[in-house]
Structure formats: C-alpha cells, structure tokens
Ligand binder design. Structure first.
Ligand SMILES: Cc1ncc(COP(=O)(O)O)c(C=O)c1O
Length: 449
C-alpha cells in the first residue's frame, strides 16, 4: 500500500483536480444534509477487507458525501459564523497535508513554526500586545479559550500557594460564548456571569463589583471582543484597568471578532486589548483561513509553558533544542502546522488585502442594516456591530422563523438560521464573505416579506 504505482499517479491527478475545481467553483451551491440511513443506502459498505479502491471512494465523495455536506463559503450562508478561505490558503492546505511536518517542536518543525510565528506576530502587533507575547495555533476557539483559562488558573495557583480556594471561578459576561462555560466544566471551576450595561457589553464597574463580591476565588476575567450573537466588543479599557488593579488575569475571546483588528475602521473598538494576558482569534472565521485554525497569544508565554509543557524521558531531547516548542502553549502535543495556510495567504496577498476584505464585509453589514430599517416587514433587533446584523421579522413567531429557514434551505436560497435575543426569536446575518453581494441580501430579505 505504500508503493507508488501508475494507478496512484492517476488517482493523484483526479484528487488534485477535484480540489482545484472546488476552489474555483463559482457560484457555490447550498448543499443539503441527508440522514445516516440515506447515506448508508447510497454508499453501502465502504470499509472492506479488500478496499473499494480510490476511484470508487472519490466518486462516492463527489457524488454523495460532498453534496450532503454544507459549504460554509456559500455566499448566502450567513448563520453562526461562516468562513471564506482564500484560494491561496486552501491550496496551501494541500501542501500542509502532504508535508508530514510535525508542528509540536522546533527541532522537527523549525521552518514551518517560524512561518506560523510570523503570522502570530502580525496578530500580536495589530492587537497591540507587547513584544515577547506569543503562542500557538490550536484547532479552534474552544480549545484556545480552555488553554488560556488553564494557564490563568495555574498562574493564580502559583501566586496563591497554600492559600488557594477549594474551587476557582472565572468572570464572564452573559453574552460570552458557550465555550467559556464548557471550559469551566472541564476544569471543574465556576463561571460567574457579570451583568452587562444597556449596550449589552461588559464594563469595568460591573467587573469591579463582581470582584468585590467573589474576588477571593476569581482567577481570571474573560472578556469578549465580538460576541457571537451580536458582534459586540466589551469595554476592554475599563476592564483592563480593573484587572490590573486587582492583579487578575484578563483573557479576551476574539474568536470571531478579533479579525476586526485587520481594518483600521474597526481597530479602535479593541482599545485596551493590548493589556490582556491572553487573547484568541480564529483565522478560520473572519480571517479567510480554512478550518481548523485558532491563534492563541499570551502576554507572557512562559506562564502558559509552566502548565502546558509535557515532560518525559522521550521528550527531553526536544527541550534542549531551540526554545519555542509550540506544543508547550496549549493542551496538545502532536499538532498539524495549521497556521501555515493563514501565513501563506497573508504572505501572498499582503495585510492591505486583508483590511480591504474585512472592509468589504463591513460595507455589506451597513448595507443590510439600511435595507432592514427601510423594510416594513423587518426591524433591527440591535444596532449592528462588527459584521453582525440582528433583526426581527415583524409579526412572526418562532415556528414561522423556523419554517422560513427550512424552505429557504430547501430551495437553495440561503442558510440563515433563527437565533434568540431576550428569549424572542431573531434572525442574524454574520458577514465574513466579501463575495456576498447586496443583490443577494435583497433576495433574502424580499423572501421574508
Ligand atoms: C466568541 C466565540 N468564542 C469561541 C468560539 C468557539 O470557537 P470554535 O468553534 O472555533 O471552537 C466561537 C464560535 O463561534 C465564538 O464566536
């Protein structure tokens, strides 16, 4: 199975052509999920003692499996947080897969890790974090948040010594992402939800009040720079003031919104971020990289290394070679050099092109908000922030929102799922794809009439 054959050469051509065709596909259709029973029926057994052969497996992928898997870069996929990876990033991902590079240590991955660190350093600079800050690319925001929160707890344990509480707690806003709660569950810690202001953002005074009440057992404050539902950025300056005064770790979850740092139009909204102890942003969301790619940065990476570095006789040689082993900065050991497609895309197009692409999505956001305000059947649920527009279809109940989504999917119009705000149904558009057009927004909104 490891010999190179003529047959494999022909299959390689087919695989690479399939990938290129997909990258160049325009327009991208909205696919439809199938049930497991339907897929059983259509594919039959695929894992057999003799194998079904690469050509048959590729046919099944092209004809059955791919059409049953949604493409997040479909231009009218506006639910959750979609993605729109660049051609350069996606094509380079093929090379990453082919390279067999181990990205956990400098000894094994030096060249690739250097390039990943260049991309991380650009993020550090636009975030305003000090020189010396650094980290690693992990699979996603959930692992990024967890890794940073583990580092924060370890730092608090070190400082408190025997005086540590029986159970630590994290402060986060009511609008924070579900992964913050999930991280607390994994860590057997509590999450204390801090009230937000009328603007639904977390501010320093509410954090200070929560610290006054629970401060003895709080090891970190988790602020959000771009909430998932509404795109809101917490008041990072006043929160950083409070954290510094109290000596508490500040983690900023910018998994979705951190990409707004790429544009000078939105960068000022992140003032205060440079003072965070840790920060995440997912290039696989709004920075045009393929899955799975979250950048995790620490102000003082040694604090993360102190808890995340794994030690064993068989690893000791790595410690002696080079001083930047990416596996030391999160909960992982073996890792794909998943930051490379992002690095390649940044290097190919330049950071100005990134700013322009983010600006294009901000323009779409403004255009959508304008149209919603002008339409009789719709109303904004909240002023838009970053690239999220949350709105209501006047007069519809939850079942009608659901029914509209299903029929819009069935006819290939759009993937726009309902969300909730104050327990009431809303629609939300999240724009991360510069190829979405205002005509497409018009089509979707007209269909809701
Ligand atoms: C603010 C925020 N944090 C964390 C996450 C989790 O990221 P991931 O899905 O990459 O684990 C998301 C996902 O949408 C998010 O919006």
């Amino acid at each position: 199975m490891h010999e190179h054959t003529e047959e494999m050469s022909a299959l390689a051509d087919r695989i690479i052509r399939t990938a290129r065709d997909r990258v160049e596909l325009d327009p991208i259709p909205l696919e439809h999920p199938k049930t497991s029973d339907e897929l059983d029926e259509l594919c039959g057994e695929t894992i057999t003692p003799a194998g079904i052969g690469g050509d048959r497996a590729l046919d099944l992928y092209n004809e059955v499996l791919s059409p049953a898997s949604l493409s997040v870069d479909f231009t009218r996929y506006l639910s959750f947080v979609p993605a729109a990876p660049t051609e350069a990033a996606v094509l380079f991902d093929l090379i990453v897969g082919a390279s067999s590079t181990y990205g956990g240590s400098w000894l094994e991955g030096a060249g690739s890790v250097w390039a990943e660190n260049q991309a991380l350093d650009w993020l550090r600079q636009v975030a305003g974090m000090p020189e010396g800050a650094g980290g690693v690319f992990v699979p996603g925001g959930t692992i990024g948040n967890l890794s940073a929160m583990v580092a924060a707890r370890h730092d608090a344990n070190e400082r408190r010594g025997a005086d540590r509480p029986a159970r630590w707690a994290f402060l986060a806003s009511k609008e924070s992402h579900s992964s913050v709660k999930a991280a607390c569950q994994v860590m057997d810690a509590d999450v204390i939800l801090v009230d937000t202001g009328d603007d639904r953002r977390m501010h320093g005074p509410e954090v200070a009040a929560a610290l006054a009440e629970h401060g003895d057992r709080v090891c970190a404050v988790v602020a959000t720079s771009g909430t998932t539902n509404l795109g809101l950025i917490d008041d990072l300056t006043s929160i950083a003031d409070v954290c510094e005064e109290a000596g508490v770790w500040l983690h900023v979850d910018g998994a979705y919104g951190g990409a707004g740092l790429a544009s000078e139009r939105t960068r000022p909204l992140f003032d205060g971020l440079g003072r965070a102890d840790s920060f995440i942003v997912d290039p696989h969301k709004w920075l045009f990289a393929p899955f799975d790619c979250c950048a995790l940065l620490y102000k003082d990476p040694a604090k993360a290394q102190a808890i995340h570095a794994q030690h064993a006789g068989y690893l000791a040689f790595l410690d002696a070679y080079g001083d930047w082993n990416p596996s030391d900065f999160a909960i992982h050991l073996t890792r794909r050099v998943r930051g490379l497609p992002f690095w390649f895309s940044l290097a190919t197009y330049g950071t100005d092109a990134y700013a322009a692409a983010v600006d294009a999505t901000l323009d779409l956001t403004a255009a959508a908000a304008e149209r919603i305000e002008a339409a009789d059947h719709l109303e904004l649920a909240h002023p838009p922030s970053l690239s999220v527009v949350a709105f209501r279809r006047k007069g519809w109940d939850g079942a009608q929102y659901q029914a509209w989504t299903e029929q819009a999917m069935a006819k290939g119009l759009a993937f726009v799922t309902p969300s909730r705000l104050d327990k009431q149904p809303i629609f939300r558009f999240c724009f991360v794809n510069p190829r979405t057009s205002t005509d497409e927004i018009d089509q979707i909104l007209a269909d809701m009439a």
